[in-house]
Design a protein around this ligand. Structure first.
Ligand SMILES: [Ca+2]
Ligand SMILES: [Ca+2]
Length: 380
């Protein structure tokens, strides 16, 4: 799960606020939640706001999200940005403040089981497989071989954001024992097929970061050399995926589904949550609005949205949000919102008790969603 960073913000005594927050180095921000308190629910206060980020002092500020009157206590944002600093700007017709800004940072998966897929020399001078994930880059998995191959098992399906491999000297020592080729593989969720996620030759770097952005059941890191080599540490960044909420969940489209381009092509609303990431929910419109009846009050903890190419090709989804309500007579509350996803799968953490949920998106062309997985606990 994500680590929360709490950055308390003060009340500046002004109709404008402009705060800059220095992060601890370059941090990948996957989501943020701004707590406005009553400044966000009373229209006397916040009229407009924006959240910006930059990836170094002297670099330009990039607008990550913006909006008008929030009409909510909190605004949740799905982001994908490497930042050293964040900045929140807002303006109002009265004095305003912000209660809190939380950011979620993808963190290392814990409790990874690691095993060697080759013979390890039983000698204390060598480093066992466990050294790969002991959190210490100076302790090596060093099998006494020029060929190494380790499996890392999170124990369940996981969304893998990235794999960080610390080679140490074996990544930079071109004149001595060094990695001559390497591969990272992922075991697909079917448990049968290993896919090559990335591969390379001599890293020429003490560390290699492999961007993954996909779901896998297990990972494997392998390397070859004509000399004995090892790996100091492998860090897997991502989110463990709990099992999806069990049904019966009913999904309906609040946008009329086109009789030809949606229904006749079997792109009906039920495909949104049929558990199959190959079946598409596609209303035949630039706007989609799918509503899920959870059947009972449910404490929602996470959503996994499978956009497919609608999330990676900028010709499609431009903005999206997840809304929820805690009863049919209760107002819809925006839990999280985002711009162009820039990725095929978005994972967002939620913290809300709801009876119904909506996934809304807008595009410049007709758009669809392959799958929505919700995680949470029914309360009744
Ligand atoms: Ca280690
Ligand atoms: Ca589906």
């Amino acid at each position: 799960m994500s680590r929360l960073k709490w950055v308390p913000l003060a009340y500046p005594g002004s109709t404008k606020l402009d705060y800059t927050i220095a992060l601890s180095g370059l941090v990948h921000i996957s989501s943020a939640r701004i707590t406005w308190g009553y400044f966000g629910t009373n229209p006397l206060y916040i009229q407009s706001w924006s959240l910006m980020g930059r990836n170094g002092v002297g670099q330009p500020w990039v607008t990550l999200a913006q909006g008008g009157f929030p009409n909510s206590n909190t605004t949740g944002l799905s982001l994908d940005f490497l930042a050293t600093d964040l900045r929140v700007v807002a303006s109002a017709s009265h004095w305003i403040g912000i209660y809190d800004l939380q950011i979620n940072v993808p963190v290392s998966l814990q409790n990874l089981a690691v095993s060697a897929n080759m013979q390890e020399v039983p000698n204390t001078a060598f480093g066992p497989a466990a050294n790969l994930v002991d959190g210490n880059p100076s302790t090596r998995a060093y099998p006494g071989s020029g060929s190494l191959d380790y499996t890392l098992d999170p124990g369940q399906a996981a969304y893998i954001e990235a794999v960080h491999i610390t080679w140490g000297d074996f990544g930079i020592n071109a004149g001595g024992a060094h990695v001559e080729s390497w591969r990272v593989l992922g075991l697909a969720l079917d448990g049968l097929n290993w896919e090559v996620i990335a591969q390379g030759l001599f890293p020429a770097s003490a560390k290699t970061i492999v961007s993954v952005q996909n779901r896998y059941r297990k990972l494997r890191v392998a390397a070859e050399s004509s000399n004995w080599i090892g790996i100091g540490e492998v860090q897997v960044v991502g989110n463990a995926l709990a099992s999806a909420l069990a049904g019966p969940l009913t999904v309906r489209s609040n946008v009329p589904e086109d009789p030809v381009y949606s229904l006749a092509w079997r792109y009906q609303a039920a495909n949104l949550m049929d558990g199959d990431p190959s079946t598409l929910a596609y209303p035949g419109a630039k706007h989609l609005d799918y509503q899920v009846a959870l059947g009972t009050q449910t404490r929602l903890s996470q959503a996994v949205v499978d956009w497919g190419y609608f999330g990676t090709n900028p010709a499609y989804i431009q903005s999206w949000s997840i809304l929820a309500r805690s009863g049919s007579n209760q107002p819809w509350v925006t839990l999280v919102q985002g711009a162009f996803p820039g990725r095929a799968i978005t994972v967002v953490s939620l913290d809300y008790t709801a009876t119904d949920l909506r996934l809304v998106a807008d595009g410049t062309n007709w758009i669809g969603i392959y799958e929505l997985q919700l995680e949470g606990v029914p309360l009744q």
